[in-house]
Design a binder for this molecule. Sequence first.
Ligand SMILES: [Zn+2]
Length: 358
Amino acid sequence: MNKEELVLLGTGIIILGTALAKLIVGYAYDVPALIADGYHGLADAVIDLGGFFVVRASRMENVSGTRLRYFFSFIIAEFLIAAGILVAYEKFEEVPVRSLVPFITTVLVAITILISSLWRQAVAKETGSPVLEAEAMHGYSDVISTFGAMLGSLAPFYGRILSTIGVAIVVLVMIFAGIHIATESVKILVEYLPKDIVEIIKRNVPSGMRIAGIHVEEEGEKPVIYVVLEGTIHPANLKELEEKISKELPQYDVRIVARTPKRKLAIAIDENGNLSKFGEAYAFIIIDESGRRVVENPYRTEEKHRGVRAMRYLMELGVTDVCAKDFGEAVMSVFSGLVKMKKSDDVAECEKRAGFKR
Ligand SMILES: [Zn+2]
């Protein structure tokens, strides 16, 4: 299990626990805002745990299967959010039981969610994982939702209006979460790669090579399929393979990159040898077991897609890990799961963290 997976699984379990606490206390003390927020928490747990299985599976199988699984977890989450809004509407008139237990629960839950969001963000910064980055932001919105439940739990002491405001905050956050989830699912459906295409690719890949990942990118007129293979192959045979698969899939632009299972680190640097943003890098320091060398970034002056092109170039060199000051969004979304991207502040730290000695 890598660090990204560990955080997704860990925070998923934490969120599931807080959701159950909200639901149990919410129902026991009749706090509408807390019950609604509990359904919201259940939906979040489904997404987090779904994310864990998808990230894990995407390293092992073809992408189309993982997309479908992600899509299903989105659907379940949408249902739970709808259920939460419905319950909030039904319980609207209820006045919570006079007790401090719901208030204390919401305070503890808010602190727990805040800490788990900070954890996600710290690891997102370290690994460059776009999934974790988005989940960290989501976590902060969950703290706001829990604050709504907190207000609702104080209604028996300070008046029913607090219950109304609390429910309103929770429902608003839920509606935003629902819209976000819906747009994500549509995106995933649009990018969904039909199974027969995966079959065609699988059939053509020579034995002894493993498919490490397949990704579709809408780049030009034709969608581009990136196929990442693991193992050794002669460049001439790679070209041949690319042509063969392209012939069978004329509606796509097929690009194949092969990488060796051995680790190879690339560090993005500027003219002065300091760490640089990825796409703007003047050159890359390439480090592997056999030593280190510097290659210039041939795409640094390109106007468009220079990050994506530079990353593809590095993958052709067999690079498995990349360290830079920052990565562009396109690069992160196209290559996440294919190349390990780490953000850092200086060159020495990149090498140290990757475990390569100077
Ligand atoms: Zn949420």
